[in-house]
Design a binder for this molecule. Structure first.
Ligand code: NAP
Ligand code: ZN
Ligand code: ZN
Length: 353
């Protein structure tokens, strides 16, 4: 075991404070990553505050962070993919059973036995609590780390590990491409990646936002059009016109105004709110034959595919670099929707000792 510096929530109501804890030594198939940057996902805040009711007392102190990038500083003897000095990334998972149907299909996020989430989870022993990326180092089995191109801006790569794969995966699964009209709902961390990916995949992309002030940014990110969701008249005009909607809204909300935007056989995929949604109008799904679906992050193979896609298309996140010590202030800004479009912690600012 070795000592790592991090920031943790001591319980679901406390601010994050400096916290020193231990990581396991490098095992045969493990890599040890010195963390350089860690993205701040809205899920970090949800879990640190137990908004989803999935954070038992024994998972505290909780070190959040599942958008992790850094340099490999040690590798176990069986490691094939990485060597010391390589860049590596870790996302929302650090292990899974590897044997169930989902794992065999490279869909470890849907493991039917036990997915070990990067923090607020347990290792496969179901006892050892996992701790995330707001820390100086992590040890992970190589299957759960991805390779990162040296040509991308590393600090802006971090959010790809969650915001990136969470939007890339459904766009691929539902085969979004040229000739399709796609709407991305909510211009935050996930939404801005959704716009970039859908555009790179050749779709016509509309940013659907509650914030008129984000319209210009949406265009800069690649959106062809902007639809203000609070403008009832504009929403009415856009009714039944979208093939695919990617809904990133982070809280329970009325989804009916959005489903109305889908055309025949259109699909809206929910990736944002995990909490109950307000009453869905059945008739609005039946006429005209609309689908609501959900999607969670992406498997490790697909995460690597997304990283390679980003290197090929020169795609990274638009970020604001923040200091570790400003984390509580940064969380407040995230809640106020004051993020353009992902906060990333510079791990060099970690207070030591
Ligand atoms: P974020 O950066 O805070 O962005 C969310 C955006 O949604 C906001 O910028 C805002 O955009 C819009 N919004 C906020 N409140 C709204 C409301 N009440 N009604 C309508 N729109 C609202 O959050 P994020 O990091 O992108 O995360 C989004 C959600 O995805 C979170 O709940 C997170 O936990 C979840 N998540 C899920 C997965 C998964 O695997 N499915 C993975 C990662 C994250 P506008 O100003 O443009 O309206
Ligand atoms: Zn996340
Ligand atoms: Zn499994």
């Amino acid at each position: 075991m070795f000592e790592v510096h991090g920031f943790a929530a001591k319980d679901a109501t406390s601010d994050l404070v400096p916290y020193t804890f231990s990581r396991r030594d490098v095992g045969a198939s493990d890599i040890h990553i010195e963390i350089l940057y860690s993205g701040i996902c809205h899920s970090d805040l949800h879990q640190a505050r137990n908004d989803w009711g999935n954070a038992p007392a024994e998972n505290f102190p909780m070190v959040p962070g599942h958008e992790i990038v850094g340099r490999v500083v040690a590798v176990g003897p069986n490691v094939k993919k990485f060597k010391v000095g390589d860049l590596a990334g870790v996302g929302c998972m650090v292990d899974s059973c590897r044997e169930c149907e989902s794992c065999k299909r490279d869909l470890e996020q849907y493991c039917q036995v036990h997915t070990s989430f990067t923090y607020n989870g347990t290792e496969q022993d179901r006892k050892t609590v996992t701790q995330g990326g707001y820390s100086t180092a992590i040890v992970v089995e190589e299957r759960f780390a991805v390779k990162i191109s040296e040509k991308l801006d590393l600090k802006a790569v971090a959010p790809l590990l969650c915001a990136g794969i969470t939007t890339y995966s459904p766009l691929r699964h539902w085969k979004v491409g040229p000739g399709q009209k796609v709407g991305v709902i909510g211009l935050g961390g996930l939404g801005h990646m959704g716009v970039k990916f859908a555009k790179a995949m050749g779709a016509h992309v509309t940013m659907i936002t509650t914030s008129p002030s984000k319209g210009d940014d949406a265009k800069k990110l690649g959106a062809d059009a902007v639809l203000i969701s609070t403008d009832a008249e504009a929403m009415q005009k856009a009714a039944s016109s979208f093939d695919f909607l990617l809904n990133t809204v982070p809280v329970s909300h009325d989804i009916n105004p959005y489903t109305s935007l889908l055309k025949l056989d259109g699909t809206m995929v929910l990736v944002g709110a995990l909490t109950p949604l307000d009453g869905v109008i059945g008739g609005s799904l039946m006429l005209p034959r609309r689908t609501i679906a959900g999607s969670a992050i992406g498997g490790m193979a697909e995460t690597q595919e997304m990283m390679d896609f980003c290197a090929e298309h020169n795609i990274v996140s638009d970020i604001e670099l923040v200091d570790m010590a400003s984390i509580n202030e940064t969380y407040k800004r995230l809640v106020k929707n004051d993020v353009r479009y992902r906060f990333v912690i510079d791990m060099a600012t970690m207070p030591k000792g």
